[in-house]
Every structure is written in C-alpha cells, then in structure tokens.
Design a protein around this ligand. Structure first.
Ligand SMILES: *[C@@H]1O[C@H](CO)[C@@H](O)[C@H](O)[C@H]1NC(C)=O
Ligand SMILES: *[C@@H]1O[C@H](CO)[C@@H](O)[C@H](O)[C@H]1NC(C)=O
Ligand SMILES: *[C@@H]1O[C@H](CO)[C@@H](O)[C@H](O)[C@H]1NC(C)=O
Ligand SMILES: *[C@@H]1O[C@H](CO)[C@@H](O)[C@H](O)[C@H]1NC(C)=O
Ligand SMILES: *[C@@H]1O[C@H](CO)[C@@H](O)[C@H](O)[C@H]1NC(C)=O
Ligand SMILES: *[C@@H]1O[C@H](CO)[C@@H](O)[C@H](O)[C@H]1NC(C)=O
Ligand SMILES: *[C@@H]1O[C@H](CO)[C@@H](O)[C@H](O)[C@H]1NC(C)=O
Length: 383
C-alpha cells in the first residue's frame, strides 16, 4: 500500500511523460522509469487498476478519481472525457448528472449549461416540457400570473393584444359579444353603447338616429324629420304634404285642407294663399282657383264662384272682376270671360241688370277690368 501511495504521486508527476496510456482493467506498472497512465475516459483505482469512467463524470486517465459533471452539465455515457452542457429548455441542478432535466410547463430556459429554469412571466406561458422560450399569450387571451401553463380567454366585453397581463374593457362606442377576442367591434350606424365592457349594442329608439359608427349615444331627430324604426342611421325628412314641428318625432303630420307643404323637411304647414285652396289632407301643392272662381282668404279648402254679373278670366285669383267700359258679364255664376257690349247687347243676355251699362267715351275697349277683392275695378287698370 505504501508503494501504491507513492506511485500515485509518481503517476501524476510523470503524467507529462509520453508513455502509452493503458486501457481499463490494466494494472499500471513502472516501466523503464516511466509510468503509464490510463486511457482518457478512465481513472485508476486505489489498486492501481484502470477503471472506466462512470456516466455523470469525466476522466482524463491521469487521475485517481472520476470528476463528476458540475451543475449545468451532464454525461449519459461511460468512458467520457467531457461533460455536455444541458441544452436550451433543460437544466441540471446537481453534480454528477447523467441526464439533463426538461424545464416543466410554466417555465423555460433559453441558454445552455443552466442549473435552473426561468418561470414564465405574466403575459406568457409554456405548456410543454423542455421549452426554450416563453410563449406570449395570443391576442384574445391574457395571463396575470407567473409560471403559467396556459392563458385565460378575455371575457365578452373585453379584448387583449398578444402578451397581455390583463384584459382591456371595450370602450363606450364599441362592444364584443364573444370571449377570446383580439379587438372590439364598433357599434354600427343606428346603434350605440354607452358603457365600458359592453357585450351588445343598443338600437337607437324611434325618434332618434345615429349616422356614425363607434357612437355612445343617438341624435334626436330634428323638427321637420322623423324616424319610425329602431336602429335608424338617418332621420327621414317629412315628405311634401306633411310637416313636423317637434324634434324626436316618429312620424310627420299630414297637412289639413287649406294648407300644404311643397318641400321636404317642413316644420310647419303653409296656409294656402288667397286665390288658392286645398280640398284634401296631405297636399304637396296649393291648387290655384280655376278661372271663373276666386278666393279672397288664405287657408281655405274651396274657391268661390264668380257671382252673377261678374267674371274671373284668370286662375289663382283672390278677387273677381266687375265689367266696365262697354263690357258685360252674363247673369250667371262662374263667368270666365266678359262680353263685348259695343254695337248692341247680345240677345243671349237678360233684358236688365246684365252689366252693359257703361259706355264712357274715354274707355279703352281692349281692356277688361282686373280682379279686386270685392269686384271693384281699381282705377288704374283702365281709363
Ligand atoms: C473507452 O474509449 C476508448 C477510446 O476513447 C476506447 O478505446 C475504449 O475501448 C473504450 N472503452 C470502453 C469500455 O468502451
Ligand atoms: C456556461 O455558462 C457560463 C456562465 O453562465 C458561460 O459563460 C458559458 O459560455 C456557458 N457555456 C456553454 C457551453 O454554454
Ligand atoms: C415560479 O417558478 C420559478 C422556477 O420555475 C420559481 O423559482 C418561483 O418561485 C416560482 N414563482 C411562483 C410565484 O410560483
Ligand atoms: C372610437 O371612439 C373612441 C372615443 O370615443 C376613440 O378613441 C377611438 O379611436 C374610436 N375608434 C375608431 C376605430 O374610430
Ligand atoms: C312652394 O310654396 C312657396 C310658398 O307658397 C312658393 O313660394 C314656392 O315657389 C313653392 N315652391 C315650389 C317648388 O312649388
Ligand atoms: C267690341 O265690339 C266692337 C263692335 O263689334 C268692336 O269694334 C270691338 O273691336 C270689340 N272689342 C274687342 C276688344 O274685341
Ligand atoms: C272694395 O275694395 C276697394 C279697394 O280694393 C275699397 O276701396 C272698397 O271700399 C271696397 N268695397 C266694398 C263694398 O267693400
């Protein structure tokens, strides 16, 4: 044993001597003042016999012990001269390891020769063993905890971008009916949402509307228009023949007789002017009184016939004409044209009161009287 001990020292001392290394099982002996060593991959035992290096260790052939692989390294095979670094996604946390250990789900390791794995940060996960990288939670999901093996789907009314720590509520004007969503939907025209985290839209009520997307409220339908449906994107202008003085209306008001509206979007009915009338509700125009009739007042639903002995040759007039200067009108109602009396009263006319009374020398016969409200011809219309 004394020899053996001193021989160990000699072996180390003469390791640099280029003697042929010896295989395992070979007893080391002094030879020609040189000392053989064991093969790389072996160490020598206390009995000075080469022993193959065990798995988990390295041996360079010149040592009396096997060197265990340090933490972060491993060696699965016997007879080795070096250790292997644990690969990305794996670790070894003790000396003498024969294999690397895979990082568990919820952790990862990007580097080699690691002694531990890294827990996934919030917003990330790993769901497989041996992960080299943490995976960001996909858009639509999130993870607020570390060391996670999965992500949590965003609730309805919420969304997330990739790698989210928490879900984000949809802002007013938008909504999301589904879970696991990467974005919110904009409330379409005619609809709105007025709270955060809305899962559905609300339709604009009749009497209101909204032309834009992404809205938090509806607009009140203005006077002159109406909306009669839920979810309207536009207000509708009241058609001609109707009107609406109030805002927020669901319908228009048909004009009464004597009134009309001739444009869309009217806020009030227009009274028929003198000389015009409407005889039915909902009129888009005022009807001119036809020739032979007249109407001196506004907002009327009929015209007066020209009274006996007077006439009205034009449409849309407020008054009737009297005759003058040699002209007459028959003694019946609704006369349109006067009759020329010059040269004698026509036989067709009654013997008296027929109007052929004026023969003023100064009259210009080509002129007939123009209308006046009460049938008196204005002085300026004839001489
Ligand atoms: C050990 O490795 C050496 C070469 O590296 C080889 O010659 C020897 O046969 C090996 N021994 C065993 C037991 O595998
Ligand atoms: C092992 O780790 C050390 C320190 O962390 C580093 O410097 C070295 O490059 C690593 N070696 C390998 C092979 O990864
Ligand atoms: C997460 O895992 C790492 C290692 O994977 C561990 O060191 C750490 O304590 C864990 N953290 C929590 C909060 O569980
Ligand atoms: C929706 O409206 C909000 C404010 O109300 C605004 O911040 C956002 O950019 C709008 N989104 C779109 C897509 O217009
Ligand atoms: C509508 O009626 C108004 C008032 O009576 C009139 O001035 C206007 O010319 C009319 N417009 C049309 C298009 O008929
Ligand atoms: C009216 O009758 C007279 C006689 O017949 C005639 O001379 C005159 O031209 C007539 N006037 C008009 C406006 O027709
Ligand atoms: C008829 O109208 C004229 C002016 O248009 C007026 O001077 C006259 O007094 C009226 N006559 C009657 C009977 O109303």
């Amino acid at each position: 044993m004394v020899f053996a001990t001193s021989f160990v020292s000699a072996a180390l001392m003469f390791a640099s001597v280029h003697a042929l290394p010896q295989p395992e099982g070979h007893a080391l002996t002094k030879r020609n003042n040189a000392v053989t060593t064991c093969n790389p991959g072996s160490y020598y035992s206390t009995a000075m016999v080469c022993v193959v290096c065990p798995a988990g260790s390295t041996c360079d052939g010149t040592s009396g012990t096997a060197q265990p692989c340090t933490s972060g390294y491993y060696q699965p095979n016997k007879n080795s001269t070096s250790c292997l670094p644990s690969p990305a996604g794996y670790y070894t946390n003790q000396a003498g390891s024969t294999q690397a250990t895979a990082c568990s789900p919820g952790s990862y390791e990007p580097g080699r020769n690691s002694t531990a794995c890294i827990g996934t940060p919030a917003g990330f996960y790993t769901n497989q063993r041996g992960s080299a990288a943490a995976i960001p939670c996909p858009a639509g999901s999130y993870q607020s905890n570390k060391n996670s093996t999965s992500c949590t789907a965003a609730q309805a009314g919420y969304y997330t971008n990739a790698g989210a720590i928490q879900a984000v509520a949809c802002s007013p004007g938008s909504y999301q009916p589904s879970t696991n969503s990467p974005s919110c939907l904009l409330a379409p025209a005619g609809y709105y949402t007025n709270k955060k985290a809305a899962t559905a839209t609300t339709a604009c009520s009749p009497g209101s509307y909204q032309p834009n997307k992404n809205s938090t409220a509806c607009l009140v339908t203005p006077a002159g228009s109406y909306t009669n449906l839920k979810g309207s994107a536009q207000a509708t202008r009241c058609p001609a023949g109707s009107y609406q003085p109030n805002k927020g209306s669901t319908s228009c008001i048909s004009t009464n007789t004597g009134y009309f509206t001739n444009t869309t979007g009217s806020t009030s009915a227009v009274a028929c002017p003198p000389g015009h009338y409407t005889s039915s509700n909902g009129s888009p125009t005022a009807t001119p009184c036809p020739p032979g009739t007249y109407q001196p007042y506004s907002a009327q639903n009929f015209c007066y016939g020209a009274p006996s002995g007077r006439f009205q040759s034009m449409a849309g007039q407020a008054g009737v004409c009297g005759t003058c200067c040699g002209w007459a009108a028959p003694l019946v109602n609704n006369n349109i044209n006067p009759v020329n009396c010059t040269g004698g009263k026509p036989n067709a006319y009654p013997s008296s009161g027929d109007g052929c009374i004026s023969t003023a020398v100064s009259c210009v016969h080509t002129k007939t009287c123009v209308q006046s409200a009460n049938g008196t011809c204005p002085a300026a219309t004839f001489t």
